[in-house]
Ligand binder design. Structure first.
Ligand SMILES: Nc1ncnc2c1ncn2[C@@H]1O[C@H](COP(=O)(O)OP(=O)(O)OP(=O)(O)O)[C@@H](O)[C@H]1O
Ligand SMILES: [Mg+2]
Ligand SMILES: [Zn+2]
Length: 257
């Protein structure tokens, strides 16, 4: 048995990647689907999708027909995310996606659903949790343990589609602001897309100002600009289409009722 005929090889092309067809006596050769599928499998392995979101997809993202207001918001979110995932890439403008809204409203779920579609289409996507990425960048300065962490930072800079989850979920310091600004500026200058989720407020995403004194019980208590600085924020809006889930109830709470 030749290596190409072993049991793990593709039954359609025998592992060669090329399919022969005989149409009415005409011989033709075409690329086998297993080439694209194999690439998608490899991309999925290196995408670092967190186990909790391994199954998140458009198929299992529910809208909320019993609540017309929430339902409209969710339907719009799905429509925008879905067409982004189908139509990417877009040339120069607004290559990215920013999902903004309260906790538990499906931002990360949708970001992962988009990632999976893009990966199936052959685009490289890498998921990073914002806090975790900052910690890794910080420890990359340490000579002893730094190499792997430097690699993580390099991947966040250079991967094709960066998914940065929970942007701004870190107490802001000058170092944090400088680091996130340089990451976003680098990707902005290279016209590299960013898909990001944030549990923060921004008037540009349709959020009304916080009522004075009423801040403590609001789910998103901080403004985007307070958490990442105005330069990073400004670039984000230029880079990203925005999806707001504000007005949707926390799914974690809703599910447990
Ligand atoms: N509309 C939905 N349909 C199905 N599952 C949902 C929906 N919204 C959220 N979930 C599920 O609820 C959980 C919380 O959603 P998710 O983590 O996406 O929220 P989030 O907006 O990213 O919240 P946070 O701001 O806390 O990060 C996840 O397990 C997710 O799969
Ligand atoms: Mg999230
Ligand atoms: Zn094949």
């Amino acid at each position: 048995m030749s290596p190409a005929e072993n049991s793990s090889a593709c039954p359609h092309c025998g592992g060669s990647g090329w399919k022969r067809a005989d149409r009415g006596g005409l011989q033709s050769v075409s690329r086998c689907e297993c080439v694209a599928n194999g690439r998608a499998t490899r991309l999925l392995e290196v995408a670092h999708i967190p186990p909790l979101y391994q199954n998140a997809s458009f198929e299992n993202f529910s809208t909320q027909p019993e609540n017309p207001v929430a339902n409209r918001i969710l339907q719009t979110a799905v429509t925008v995310a879905n067409s982004y995932a189908r139509q990417y890439p877009f040339g120069t403008k607004k290559q990215g996606l920013m999902l903004i809204g309260d906790p538990g409203t499906g931002k990360t779920h949708l970001a992962v659903a988009v990632m999976k579609r893009l990966i199936a289409r052959g685009f490289e996507c890498v998921f990073f949790d914002y806090q975790n990425l900052l910690e890794r960048i910080r420890s990359s300065y340490d000579q002893a343990s730094g190499a792997a962490q430097r690699e993580a930072y390099q991947s966040a800079l250079d991967c094709e589609v960066l998914v940065l989850d929970d942007l701004g979920a870190h107490r802001v310091t000058d170092w944090v602001e400088d680091t996130v600004t340089s990451l976003i500026t680098y990707r902005y200058n290279q016209n590299k897309p960013l898909i990001t989720t944030a549990n923060l407020r921004d008037p540009e995403a349709g959020d009304a100002p916080l009522a004075s004194g009423g801040g403590a019980d609001m789910a998103s208590r901080y403004y985007l600009t307070e958490r990442i600085g105005s330069r990073a924020r400004s670039r984000l809006f230029e880079m990203c289409r925005t999806i707001s889930t504000r007005g949707v109830e926390d799914y974690r709470v809703r599910k447990n009722r």
